[in-house]
Design a protein around this ligand. Structure first.
Ligand code: LMR
Length: 389
């Protein structure tokens, strides 16, 4: 059986993580994977989360199953954070998932169950795992142009032209905020055009929001998504707490579906429960419980908001510092979240790795907050040298 298998090339991002951790050069700068680091280059557990985990340790009396929905209070507490004024929209349901990736997989399998021939419009470039998840669910991808790497800007006219050519019932994958891998988010006017186009063409928006709070703030970062909620009868949302609660390895997210009516929502729920049952049966509890405890407790919630604001502030400061180094890097100051993309070739990225111990994705994507403060100048100098080379 197994001897007939051919090896699959590992995801380039995962390869990069392995290469960076194996590199023992003391001057290494790892801006590959999307993990927040402090000015000293550490990724500590948030204090609010640590305190919530202590409460959990003291009060939790059993590890017996919670059931297929996981922590139901967790999903309810997230609704106002994600949806604001739309938190109580009719037919809005949420199901706890293992990370944002679990939510994406569950959401796309739901699309497949609802409309087996649905096509998914996916912007280029996008997060490296979107395509495997969508195709793994058995859906067809139709790419739309999103970002011009060399010109460091969104190709909005081409994006809208692709939406114009969509068929009713197509699903459009959109990044809610802090676009991964480019950091180039739609502005308010562009979001308005996208939602008008979705409503006009009968396109169902599928929003991946994994970095809420790391751009301009929890509410600002969700504006585009909330606008879609007002404009479209059906919206699917893959949410993650891995980054904004810093619980990466614990994997906690949520799939939200706005189903148009409570009646349809009940049917949708039966489907996502069945699909989740096949994949993970019941979601892992630990960090969902910790997030729930943070959000239920006024002091811990305030502490989390402070810590989130410190992370966001550091990202913004680093962006400003990098942008001020050279006009060719100025665009980085305008972008949002953990990532931006350098207009570098894969060969230039290799040179940075070999000669300067700088690790970034082949695409030129780098994690703005992956470097320690003391490394910013060296990083920028090396990148500019590579651009000249
Ligand atoms: C990233 O984009 O770096 C993270 O989302 C980690 C991952 O799973 O790729």
């Amino acid at each position: 059986l197994l001897s007939g298998l051919e090896a699959i090339k590992p995801d380039s991002l995962l390869q990069l993580i392995q290469m960076a951790s194996a590199d023992t050069r003391p001057n290494k700068i790892d801006v590959g994977v999307g993990v927040y680091r402090t000015s000293n280059g550490a990724t500590p557990i948030l204090s609010a989360v640590k305190k919530a985990e202590k409460i959990l340790w003291e009060r939790q009396e059993t590890k017996a199953y919670l059931g297929m929905s996981g922590d139901k209070v967790y999903a309810e507490l997230l609704k106002p954070i994600v949806f604001g004024q739309h938190a109580d929209d009719e037919g809005l349901i949420g199901l706890q998932t293992p990370g944002g990736c679990g939510a994406l997989t569950l959401g796309f399998k739901l699309v497949k169950a609802a409309r087996p021939d649905a096509r998914v419009l996916v912007g280029t470039p996008t997060w490296a795992n979107h395509q495997p998840v969508i195709e793994g669910a058995g859906l067809k991808i139709v790419e739309y142009p999103y970002y011009l790497k060399e010109e460091t800007r969104i190709d909005f006219d081409a994006m809208i032209a692709a939406f114009d050519a969509a068929r009713p019932g197509d699903v459009a994958l959109l990044h809610g905020c802090c676009h991964n891998p480019t950091g180039a988010d739609l502005d308010a006017g562009q979001w308005a055009k996208v939602r008008a186009k979705c409503a006009e063409k009968g396109i169902i928006p599928f929003v991946d929001i994994a970095y809420q709070g790391l751009g301009d703030g929890l509410d600002d970062d969700a504006e585009g998504l909330r606008g879609l909620m007002g404009a479209c009868d059906e919206v699917i949302v893959a949410q993650s707490c891995d980054k904004n609660f810093g619980v990466y390895r614990d994997r906690v997210g949520c799939l939200f579906v706005k189903a148009g009516s409570d009646e349809t929502a009940n049917i949708v729920k039966s489907h996502i429960m069945q699909i989740a049952r096949e994949m993970w049966s019941m979601p892992p509890d630990h960090s969902a419980a910790a997030v729930r405890i943070v959000l239920e407790n006024d002091d811990l919630r305030a502490e989390w908001l402070d810590e989130l604001s410190i992370m966001r502030g550091r990202i913004k400061d680093l962006r400003k510092r990098i942008a001020s180094k050279d006009p060719r890097l100025a665009y980085i100051g305008e972008q949002k979240g953990m990532f931006s993309m350098m207009p570098l070739t894969p060969q230039q990225v290799d040179t940075l790795r070999d000669e300067h111990a700088i690790y970034m994705a082949d695409s030129g994507r780098f994690n703005v907050c992956g470097m320690a403060d003391e490394d910013v100048d060296r990083f920028c100098d090396a990148v500019l040298e590579a651009m000249d080379g």
